[in-house]
Structure formats: structure tokens, C-alpha cells
Design a protein around this ligand. Structure first.
Ligand SMILES: Nc1ncnc2c1ncn2[C@@H]1O[C@H](COP(=O)(O)OP(=O)(O)OP(=O)(O)O)[C@@H](O)[C@H]1O
Ligand SMILES: [Mg+2]
Length: 340
């Protein structure tokens, strides 16, 4: 993508001899909200630190808005970074916390007042300007941290798990808040999370990382419906994931033939909901069942290994220990380009 606003080219990042991120290529458009998603230790924070200029790449390049910034110092990059621990100054008021970076840039008087005012308004904290951080809820503190970064008018705003220490309700509020701020200001945002639901809900595009490399880049729909690898499939809830070998499923008990033509793929994956119970070539025994409101989930012992299935709760239930037959319809399966 030549018109990318932020571009990472073959970025390799290391701590001493330990390579944390290898050959990372990523192109982000102006105004995009991109989520970095992946398990602990996969290199999300390391990538953010490199973009912010807090870590010098071992090799590769970073371009922002047409300029090579690989060797530009952090304070000259116009990139805002909000960490998981938002580290507000405890002795300063909300107003002064937000004003801090602007004052360092020599902004004062009415200009300062206008920008701090706009920043506080954008996160809904106008009436909290005089309070100290200790007098705010966690979510409010988080919003101060967001405002503090926003008022610097960064070209890119990096958010490293900013919602991870909020309770469920506040997380939802903050998610909406982030989307609103992003819509209104059009700031380019990269958002780190290890919560796939959060990534799917917020992002224009998702970058799934594993072991310091990109597994897949795509829209939430692509990631959710067309996972490229077994890892991504498993990560987004395809609980029945198999490698394909000679048009058969590779199972712990040997190859298993499928009904219907088999696509060219390294593997196939089915969400529990895609498993068809009551007809099909495979036998199974119900080992466990759980009620999930609108649906009922079943864990089956089968010759293919354990299979997870889910059917509407208003269908007749299967008892634990009962025998049934099922199918894994090839037509509905996600075709995995890579396995392992
Ligand atoms: N300062 C450091 N020195 C040496 N190794 C480090 C350092 N910081 C991180 N690492 C290693 O680099 C790898 C990537 O770490 P990173 O912090 O980027 O992971 P992460 O994806 O942000 O994980 P989490 O979800 O737990 O925050 C890990 O293996 C980690 O142990
Ligand atoms: Mg991290």
C-alpha cells in the first residue's frame, strides 16, 4: 500500500539477543482504527514502543506521513501513547494533567485554556477539571489519560490495553468513547488488546500476531469468518479445527473422510454452531452439555476426537451419555490457508 499513512517495513525488534518481533510489515491508512490482537508475549507492546520511538529497531523502517521516522527521537514523532497504567500525576488536577504536555510545548493563556477545554469536553470531563486523579473512578482516570494524549494532536495515537483494568460496564463505555473520539477527530489509532471481542467491536482492521509475527491482517468480518490459520480460527472461536491431508481430516484416530467435495486448503474449521446434529456420517456420544440462554452446547466424544456443537435451546435436548450422529458440512467450514 503506497498511500499508507503509517508504514512498517520488515521491522525486526529485539531486546539484546532476544528477538521479540520479526520482519513485521504493516500499512495503516490515515484515520484507521487498527487493533493489534494476540496472546501474551506475542510482541504487541514491543511493536507499539517501536512506533512511538521508545525502542530502536534492530532492522527495518518506519514511515509516517511520507517521512522516514525510524531514527527520529520519540519526542519529535507526533505520536501519542496511552499505556495500560495511565500514570496521571497524582498531585495535579485533571486540568493540569491534560495541560502538562501543552505547557512543555510553550502553550499558555487563552490558547492553552481552549485546547484543554476541548480535550476535556471530548471525553466528557468538563466538570471534573478541578479534581485530583484520586478523586476519580478508574474509567474517568482513563479518560483523562486519553484527553492528555489527544490535546497534543498526535498524528497517531497508540493505546496499549487501555481498557484492561476497567470493569465490564466501564469497558463498554470507554469503547464507545474511543470510537466517538476517533470518528470526531479522525485520528489514526492503533489499539492493543488480547480480547478478541474488543478487537472485533472496535477496529476497522485487526492485526493478529503470534510469536512476534503477523498471523493475519483483515477486517473484523474477515478475521471472524475467514481465519487464515489454525491459530486464528481457534482464537476467534472455531472450536473444531482440523488439518486436511489427501482430502481427509487428520484426526487423533487417523484420517476421516468428509461427505461432499473437499476444497484446496491446509485445514478446515467449524464453529460449534456449524456442526449438524441428528444426521450425518459420524457417530458421537454426548459427554457434556451446558445451557447458554438461546442455545445449548454439547461436548461429544467421537472417532474424530472431542467435538463441540451448539444448537438452538428450543430444540429437543440430548441427554448426557446418549448416542447420536452428526455431520461437519464442508460447505460451511472455514478454509484455512495455513495450519500450525
Ligand atoms: N525489556 C525487555 N527485555 C527483554 N525481553 C523483553 C522485554 N520486554 C519484553 N520482552 C519480551 O519480548 C516479547 C514480547 O513482549 P511484549 O511485551 O511485546 O508482549 P505483548 O504482546 O505486549 O504481551 P502482553 O499481552 O503480555 O502485554 C516477550 O517474549 C517478552 O518476554
Ligand atoms: Mg503488552
Amino acid at each position: 500500500m503506497s498511500d499508507a499513512y503509517l508504514q512498517l517495513d520488515k521491522l525486526t525488534l529485539a531486546y539484546g539477543d532476544t528477538v521479540a518481533v520479526r520482519d513485521l510489515d504493516l500499512a495503516i491508512g490515515k484515520g484507521e482504527l487498527v487493533a493489534l490482537l494476540g496472546p501474551s508475549g506475542c510482541g504487541k507492546t514491543t511493536t507499539m514502543r517501536a512506533i512511538a520511538g521508545l525502542l530502536t529497531p534492530a532492522s527495518g523502517r518506519i514511515r509516517l506521513d511520507g517521512a522516514d521516522i525510524t531514527r527520529i527521537s520519540a519526542n519529535k514523532r507526533a505520536i501519542g501513547l496511552v499505556f495500560q497504567s495511565y500514570a496521571l500525576f497524582p498531585h495535579l488536577t485533571v486540568y493540569e494533567n491534560v495541560a502538562f504536555g501543552l505547557r512543555l510545548k510553550g502553550i499558555s493563556g487563552a490558547g492553552l485554556d481552549a485546547r484543554v477545554g476541548a480535550g476535556l469536553k471530548s471525553v466528557g470531563l468538563t466538570t471534573f477539571a478541578g479534581r485530583k486523579p484520586a478523586e476519580l473512578s478508574g474509567g474517568q482516570q482513563q479518560r483523562v489519560a486519553l484527553a492528555r494524549s489527544m490535546v497534543m494532536e498526535p498524528k497517531v495515537l497508540l493505546l496499549d490495553e487501555p481498557l484492561s483494568n476497567l470493569d465490564a460496564r466501564l469497558r463498554l463505555e470507554m469503547r464507545a468513547e474511543l470510537q466517538r473520539v476517533q470518528n470526531e477527530t479522525g485520528v489514526t489509532m492503533i489499539f492493543v488488546t488480547h480480547d478478541q471481542v474488543e478487537a472485533l467491536a472496535l477496529a476497522d482492521r485487526i492485526v493478529v500476531m503470534l510469536n512476534g509475527a503477523v498471523e493475519q491482517i483483515g477486517t473484523p468480518e474477515e478475521i471472524y469468518n475467514k481465519p487464515a490459520s489454525a491459530f486464528v480460527a481457534d482464537f476467534v472461536g472455531f472450536e473444531n479445527v482440523f488439518a486436511l491431508k489427501d482430502d481427509k481430516l487428520a484426526t487423533p484416530n487417523g484420517p476421516a473422510a468428509l461427505s461432499g467435495p473437499v476444497p484446496e486448503a491446509a485445514g478446515l474449521a467449524w464453529r460449534p454452531r456449524m456442526v449438524k446434529l441428528g444426521s450425518g456420517p459420524f457417530p458421537g456420544t454426548v459427554r457434556g452439555t451446558s445451557f447458554a440462554g438461546n442455545s445449548r452446547e454439547y461436548l461429544l466424544d467421537t472417532p474424530l476426537g472431542p467435538i463441540k456443537a451448539e444448537i438452538d435451546a428450543n430444540l429437543p435436548p440430548y441427554e448426557i451419555g446418549s448416542a447420536l450422529v452428526f455431520d461437519l458440512p464442508v460447505a460451511g467450514a472455514a478454509n484455512l490457508k495455513r495450519f500450525g
